[in-house]
Design a protein around this ligand. Structure first.
Ligand SMILES: NC(=O)c1ccc[n+]([C@@H]2O[C@H](COP(=O)([O-])OP(=O)(O)OC[C@H]3O[C@@H](n4cnc5c(N)ncnc54)[C@H](OP(=O)(O)O)[C@@H]3O)[C@@H](O)[C@H]2O)c1
Length: 329
């Protein structure tokens, strides 16, 4: 089979398209003929340096795939060959999604309705799953306000929609060019963080204080918004933030660090929401599998404005897609 293999850690140029042996599903595993594989910032991080995830080379990146079950290992009863599915591969060590065939634990597989495209499905488990975990940890009530830093990105685009489904009001922090899309996804208010008067704008919006802040960027990104969090409020971060711990202690703020796992139940819930039309995948780029280098360059440039997906289906060339386009089959 064809796969994107890295044989040394480094920049995007280490991603090579090779012919390699087909993977075999072991006990409790399924093999999926991959039609689409999601690309995530963590893939690029692990490609540059595998120490965080304990990756051994050679390694095929890719933690989320959608396709058709091609073979099942011993003991698998919940899926059959020929069924359309989406799954996370074992995160963070295994990967293997950037390939024509990928192996996943049968427990991590979700069946896919015909109405959901492989591209939309493959875009969802990691980014949608992370957004889901953030909301599970925060346990906000209907009508509570959540400020999302990094709302324009892969995770943020799912967070706004999933929050809206729970009746949570969101304040989306992202560049102005994304605001119309972010409002469509459910944001009650949008703030452009590159604007010098962003803090004043938030204060004038009447949307402060917020019950919680979701930091979907990390580093210094959330610090300017810390004062907007109510006393006894919460912060959930999916990347290590640089925050004034003094303010967090003084305001009795609870901090949650959130790291996704490969849980199948959550993927099945998200897939059900896609099928019901209650959630849309915000896919900004679909590229052929062979263009993994370009996909990583795009994700590392940081302004994709949605999910990047690699496709093994015949594609004339790389293309950007309209938000929500990936929803149709
Ligand atoms: N802990 C976990 O389990 C987990 C899971 C998934 C992802 N992550 C991590 O979470 C981060 C986000 O993932 P993603 O897939 O959403 O990445 P992404 O698609 O690149 O989204 C990040 C978004 O943040 C925006 N941004 C950058 N600086 C900002 C700032 N100061 N204020 C507000 N927005 C800002 C970027 O847009 P502009 O630069 O154009 O403004 C971009 O749209 C990545 O670092 C990823 O590795 C962690």
């Amino acid at each position: 089979m064809k796969a994107i293999v890295i044989r040394r850690f480094g920049d995007a140029s280490v991603l090579g398209c090779e012919d390699v042996a087909d993977p075999e599903p072991g006990e409790g595993e399924v093999r999926i003929a991959v039609h689409a594989a999601g690309v995530n910032p963590v893939d690029a991080g692990n490609r540059a340096d595998g120490s965080w995830a304990g990756i051994r080379l050679p390694w095929v990146p890719g933690y989320e795939v959608a396709g058709v079950v091609d073979r099942i290992g011993p003991g698998v009863r919940n899926v059959r060959p020929g069924e359309r599915v989406v799954a996370m591969t074992d995160f963070p060590r295994q990967g293997g999604g950037y390939a024509e065939l990928a192996v996943a634990a049968a427990d991590h597989v979700a069946l896919l309705a015909d109405s959901v495209s492989f591209v939309a499905a493959a875009a969802t488990p990691v980014a949608g799953g992370t957004a889901w975990e953030v909301l599970e940890r925060l346990r906000l009530n209907e009508g509570d306000r959540l400020l999302a830093v990094g709302a324009s990105g892969g995770v943020g685009s799912y967070l706004l929609q999933l929050a809206a489904l729970r009746g949570v009001m969101t304040v989306a922090v992202g560049r102005r060019r994304h605001h119309e899309r972010l409002r469509t996804l459910g944001a009650a208010c949008c703030i452009d963080y590159t604007d010098d008067s962003a803090g004043d704008e938030l204060r004038r919006s009447g949307q402060v204080p917020v019950c919680a802040l979701a930091d979907l960027v990390g580093g210094p990104a959330a610090e300017p918004w810390l004062d907007a969090v109510a006393e006894h409020g919460q912060i959930a971060a999916i990347e290590p933030p640089e925050l004034d711990l003094g303010r967090i202690v003084d305001a009795n703020i609870t901090f949650h660090g959130v790291l996704i796992s490969s849980a199948g139940e959550r993927t099945r819930t998200l897939t059900g929401l896609l099928a019901a039309g209650r959630l849309t995948a915000q896919v900004s780029h679909v590229l052929p599998l062979e263009q993994a280098v370009q996909a990583h360059q795009l994700i590392e440039a940081g302004h994709a404005g949605g999910k990047i997906v690699l496709s093994t289906d015949a594609e004339p060339s790389s293309r950007a897609v309209e938000p929500g386009e990936g929803q149709a089959s």
